[in-house]
Design a protein around this ligand. Structure first.
Ligand code: S3P
Length: 163
């Protein structure tokens, strides 16, 4: 089976859901952010600070391409859909799931978070980013799961019914 890819905004629960899904399927979980950190030996804020967002996007795209063919659960960074080539690539992949989460839930979860450079900016910028990305996630995914009213177990169950 091909990889199962989870996309969605920061704080949507991609990693938490990915962990449970991978355990359930007994396949590895790959987190593109973790791979980038390991490969560069730098934190994500540091990569943004030293090399800029566009460099990070390049690394992210390379990671995505290399992990998609394998039999993994892939938890992506929220901005993986920024590049059109990634959106097209993800759309062609049969198991791309959009974990759709309301902004109020995201705000509650990411309150005080300092590790996400694109969250660490004024409210209006976060809002613009969130709105723009909703369209991108729909464009890149094959299945949308509205997560706000669901437990992690229910989200995992929902994903499994699509495999
Ligand atoms: C980003 C999301 C982060 C991380 C980086 C950029 C984004 O991942 O890749 O800070 O552009 O939305 P999470 O979605 O896991 O927070």
């Amino acid at each position: 089976m091909k990889s199962i890819v989870l996309i969605g905004f920061m704080g949507a629960g991609k990693t938490t859901v990915g962990q449970q899904l991978a355990a359930r399927l007994r396949i590895p979980l790959i987190d593109t952010d973790e791979l980038i950190k390991k490969e560069t030996n730098l934190s994500i804020p540091k990569i943004f600070e030293l090399y800029g967002e566009s460099h990070f996007r390049k690394l992210e795209s390379e990671m995505l391409k290399s992990v998609l063919k394998q039999n993994h659960v892939v938890s992506t960074g929220g901005g993986i859909v920024e590049l059109k080539q990634n959106r097209d690539f993800l759309k062609q992949h049969p198991y791309t799931f959009f974990l759709k989460t309301q902004l109020t839930t995201i705000f509650n979860r990411l309150d005080g978070d300092q590790n996400r450079p694109l969250w660490n900016q004024p409210y209006i910028k976060r809002l613009e980013l969130f709105n723009k990305r909703q369209v991108y996630y729909e464009e890149a995914s094959n299945v949308t799961i509205e997560t706000d009213q669901l437990t992690v177990e229910e989200i995992v169950h929902n994903i499994l019914t699509h495999l």
